[in-house]
Design a protein around this ligand. Structure first.
Ligand code: OAD
Length: 244
């Protein structure tokens, strides 16, 4: 399943970067965004995942995020998430960059993570920008929308359409992509930028780029190697092949 070249590069590597997308959590039961079963087929991003929609109808947006939070609370990391922890333990220089907001990499035990699109379990005030943990959320009686102690509306601390990515996270991700030996891109359709640029940048700077996805994507022709199958099967097999 794995090419000799990939295994050789991984055995020699000291620095590895992994970019994950919704596909890595699919086997845990978290719906992906695109495709026939994707969330964006059922819900409209323009009504739910942007600041104007939130300010227009905060309770609708909170209803959608509470639905997703409840769903995520019920699920567990799968063998794909766990295999990435084993890779992190092997490589002295390892960065996990994720577009996922579902917190499952942290629950699995990954440590060096950059969450490019935020974390659904975190919140922040629209007015004073204070970060507010889930346990601190207060919802005024008769409302579905949590409020900050300053009186401002509280929103999920995730990146919505039209918003900039957190600066440090994206800078760190590009710096690591440009200097790593091997770059794994797992379970992403690779259509949302700037995250989708990372594997291409890594390749341009000399990394060996492996894609793992259940189907070909827009970057399949550009990476060094694609393996088509489930992340929850392929990643544990890769870790085993490396003797971890
Ligand atoms: P997508 O839903 O666009 O893509 C998920 C990818 O996972 C697809 O390419 C699937 O083929 C693949 N996939 C599904 N199951 C898999 C499995 N078991 N193993 C491996 N691959 C599998 O999700 P993302 O690429 O993560 O942004 O989407 C990127 C961003 O678009 C999200 O972070 C979100 C969304 O709008 C924001 O909310 C800002």
């Amino acid at each position: 399943m794995f090419s000799d070249l990939l295994i050789e590069r991984l055995l020699k590597a000291t620095s590895v970067v992994v970019l994950t997308g919704a596909g890595i959590s699919a086997e845990s039961g978290v719906p992906i965004f695109r495709g026939e079963t994707g969330l964006w087929k059922k819900f409209r991003p323009e009504e739910l995942a942007n600041i104007d929609a939130f300010l227009r109808n905060p309770s609708l947006v909170w209803e959608w995020y509470n639905y997703r939070k409840d769903l995520i609370r019920e699920v567990n990391p799968n063998p794909g998430h766990v295999a990435l922890v084993a890779l992190e333990n092997k490589y002295p220089d390892f960065l996990l960059v994720t577009q996922n907001v579902d917190n499952l990499h942290r629950v699995a035990g990954s440590r060096n993570i950059r969450e490019l699109h935020g974390n659904i379990m975190r919140n922040r005030c629209v007015d004073c920008n204070r970060q507010i943990d889930q346990s601190e959320l207060t919802v005024p009686t008769g409302s579905a929308v949590p409020r900050c102690e300053c009186g401002g509306l509280v929103r999920p601390d995730v990146v919505w359409f039209g918003e900039a990515l957190p600066n440090k996270e994206i800078q760190d991700a590009f710096t690591a992509a440009r200097s790593c030996d091997v770059f794994l891109v797992v379970g992403t359709s690779a259509v949302v930028h700037p995250a989708a640029q990372l594997p291409l940048e890594a390749k341009e700077y000399g990394a060996y780029v492996l894609e793992i996805n259940v189907e070909p994507t827009v970057i399949s022709n550009y990476v060094n190697e694609s393996i088509f199958g489930k992340a929850g099967t392929i990643l544990p097999a890769l870790v085993k092949r490396l003797g971890l």
